[in-house]
Design a protein around this ligand. Structure first.
Ligand code: FES
Length: 215
């Protein structure tokens, strides 16, 4: 829900926190506790794109620190700051479990593997000029808000532009097909319990054998 708030508002606003609390039947303080604990939830307005540079141990020694310094100078921003044109918010991020491809950078959470200061500058320049940018793993970069909408549960980016007709439910595919893609594990679908073979009774070694009748 907080990702949905971010996609609509651009960050986790107080109003968004109140709405989440009301829907979930918990206090605003409890929602705020989650929003301030996880770094993916932003309390300040974000730029059009979020650029994260991993500066955790492996990426740092492989060049992540250099990339981050270079981008700070090139964009004239500090950590967690947004460029004057509102295009890029730069943040140094923790390990993204992509250490094999160090140093990594993310744009709207899409991976850019094996980066160099030069390639990172090229990426942010293209983003600022509105050129199409493709992540090294294939995804086409949209915007941070659109990415947040996808994380919030939208299957496709195009559905983020869908709006409900007046008096009709929200046109989310999941609301039309409540269990699409998943099978509810009812008693009918639950596999039968495995049958255990009846074990053969073995004669105990302790049991004395009956003496054979002598001829
Ligand atoms: S240290 Fe950067 S992805 Fe693990």
């Amino acid at each position: 829900m907080l990702h949905l708030v971010q996609s609509a508002e651009g960050n986790v606003t107080n109003e968004g926190v109140e709405v989440c609390a009301e829907i979930l039947g918990i206090t605003a303080a409890e929602v705020s506790g989650v929003a301030t604990f996880y770094t993916m939830y932003k309390r300040r307005p974000m730029g059009k794109h979020h650029v994260g540079v991993c500066t955790n141990t492996l990426c740092a020694v492989m060049g992540g620190d250099l990339i981050f310094e270079r981008l700070k100078g090139h964009l004239d921003v500090g950590n967690d700051e947004t460029t004057d044109d509102g295009a890029i918010t730069l943040e140094h991020i923790e390990c993204n479990a992509a250490c094999d491809f160090a140093p990594v950078m993310t744009v709207n959470w899409e991976f850019f593997d094996n980066q160099t200061p030069e390639s990172a500058v090229e990426v942010v320049d293209k983003l600022r000029s509105g050129e199409t940018v493709q992540a090294t793993r294939g995804a086409t970069i949209t915007s941070w808000r659109e990415a947040e909408r996808v994380i919030a549960g939208s299957r496709t980016v195009s559905s983020t532009r869908a709006r409900p007709l007046p008096g009709r439910p929200w046109p989310d595919s999941r609301s039309r097909r409540p269990m699409a893609g998943r099978r509810r594990r009812t008693a009918r679908h639950r596999p039968p319990p495995a049958r255990r073979r009846p074990s053969r009774a073995r004669p105990s070694r302790q049991t004395p054998r009956a003496p054979r009748p002598r001829p």
